[in-house]
Ligand binder design. Structure first.
Ligand code: AMP
Ligand code: MG
Length: 497
């Protein structure tokens, strides 16, 4: 479509999902909001998407991004999906407060969804108002961008817009729209939607669609549907290993919050570990600790099993063979995760080679961190200094309330490092490229959200800046590298839906 002059921003839409059969979605227009006001626009991402936007007219930009004006070429839809929420199957969920405007092919040739989250009610809203509150919108903005800067696949933030309207949650809050960019919004729950209806044609159409979009290299394999299941399992195993490496707790790993593309999505009540505790849970709604830090790989595998169930009719005509093939994928998920996890943590402790016993060495450090209540991010960052020999071991050990075990561990580590080819300087440099100095610490996110609720966006802006280069220790951002003081510690997070 040619660029339309004077109507900005211009997205070069090329919608494919909206061309699938009607039962895949509901066509629905965003509900205009009273007073759209641009809070944040990601110009760099807009550039990558090939969006032409006129920043000199933020009011016009805000009207588009809040959904008040639907840009030419958009085919707004709410996607249908189902899902297991905390283990319970809900046959119909769907985008209840998100509207997919359309897709663009970015400057790298990658197809990306542009979605407005909080853009008004849809046929899938159930009892919800279709809106989003300011706090959760800014939280998603911060964490999306942080994850990407940390090198962990996640959806992106294009903009946050205030609606000028109130939303009613536990208290009255300011409304906002989040403009989300994703490789796609197809979830495990999308497959479950068709499986729950016995709609095998729907499952096949969807599988063909996602193979074309996310796994085109699998088209020519002997069994593309089995290869798809293996592909999703592999990407999710890798993704969760990456989460574990940065102390990320998604918080709500329902099957409708797990993508087929392998991007992190819908991390409403997410949080990052402060002190290392494998059973840590932050989400107020996760009473049983189902989605605790340590449970994430197991839940990932459980979710893949739900996807496998949907795909069974496509895997093999012989049901027994289909089940056998699916079980092999689940087993492979566990092995792949384990391999990736060891890879992630080997790099974190500066090992360039593999040796038997590395897994035990890593576990011993984690056990010492647990016992010594060491801050996960800071302890690993300080270990880089210990590797270089410059800061010595003492700074690292000062992260532990009881350093005895950590001190013993340094001995074991030192012996293991004798077998390594890298020089201490090289090792420290590599370690600093995988152990972040800055993460979106819960108390800093909280601080930014609280100030924004009072109209002060300076903390939000500054936090985003700090998170742009997470592997650098920039003195002006040293406050973002410190663990919370006891009174600053965030104990619980909320979905904010
Ligand atoms: P989430 O917990 O954000 O992954 O959402 C779970 C389901 O609830 C999805 O189907 C959402 O679209 C829906 N939902 C969440 N919040 C709202 C809301 N305020 N209005 C309508 N639907 C919602
Ligand atoms: Mg969701």
């Amino acid at each position: 479509m040619p660029a339309v002059k004077g109507v900005l921003p211009v997205f070069q839409f090329d919608n494919s999902y909206a061309r699938l059969p009607d039962r895949f979605f509901a066509s629905v227009y965003p509900e205009p909001v009273e007073g759209p006001k641009l809070l944040k626009f990601n110009a760099e991402l807009a550039e990558e998407l090939g969006v032409e936007a006129d920043f000199s007219d933020p009011a016009r930009l805000a009207a588009f991004l809040a959904g008040n004006v639907v840009p030419p070429g958009a085919m707004p839809i709410a996607m249908a999906y189902a899902g297991h929420q905390f283990g319970n199957f809900v046959p119909q969920l769907g985008d209840g407060r998100a509207i997919l405007l359309g897709e663009v092919v970015d400057r790298n040739g990658k197809r990306r969804d542009i979605q407005l989250k909080g853009a008004g009610p849809t046929p899938y809203s159930r009892r919800g108002d279709g809106r989003a509150a300011l706090g959760p919108v800014l939280r998603e903005y911060i964490v999306s961008e942080a994850m990407n800067a940390l090198g962990v696949p996640a959806t992106r933030a294009l903009a946050a817009v205030a609606t000028g309207e109130q939303v009613y949650r536990e208290t009255v809050e300011q409304g906002a729209v989040f403009v989300r960019v994703a490789a796609s919004h197809v979830r495990i729950g999308t497959f479950q939607f068709f499986a729950a209806r016995g709609d095998n044609d729907g499952i096949k159409l969807l599988a063909d669609y996602v193979i074309e979009r996310h796994y085109p290299e699998l088209k020519t394999t002997d069994n593309p549907y089995l290869a798809l299941l293996q592909g999703v399992a592999g990407r999710q195993a890798d993704l969760i290993a990456r989460w574990m490496g940065i102390g990320f707790i998604h918080g709500v790993m329902n099957t409708d919050n797990m993508t087929i593309s392998g991007e992190t999505i819908d991390f409403g009540p997410c949080a990052f570990l402060d002190e290392y505790d494998p059973m840590k849970v932050f989400s107020s709604i996760d009473q049983g600790g189902r989605y605790a830090y340590r449970n994430q790989p197991g839940i990932g595998q459980w979710n893949i099993a739900r996807l496998a169930e949907c795909l069974l009719p496509l895997l093999d005509e012989d049901e027994e063979k289909a089940v056998e093939a699916a079980n092999a994928v689940l087993k492979a998920f566990g092995e792949r995760f384990q391999k990736e996890w060891i890879g992630v943590f080997r790099a974190k402790i500066g090992l360039a080679t593999e040796a038997d016993g590395d897994g035990d060495l890593i576990q011993a450090l984690l056990a010492a961190m647990h016992e010594g209540q060491a801050d996960f991010t800071l302890a690993f960052r300080r270990l880089c200094g210990a590797a270089a020999g410059t800061e010595g071991d003492e700074l690292f050990l000062s992260s532990f309330s009881h350093p005895a075990k950590a001190r013993e561990w340094l001995e074991l580590w030192g012996t293991r490092l004798d077998a390594e080819p890298q020089s201490p300087t090289e090792r420290a440099k590599t370690m600093r490229s995988v152990n972040p100095a800055v993460i979106p610490r819960n108390h800093k996110v909280q601080e930014a959200l609280s100030a924004a609720n009072y109209g002060d966006f300076s903390f939000f802006e500054r936090l985003l800046e700090a998170l742009e280069k997470p592997f650098e220790e920039r003195p002006e951002f040293s406050g973002y590298m410190q663990p919370p003081k006891p009174e600053e510690q965030v104990k619980q997070t909320f979905c904010g839906t």
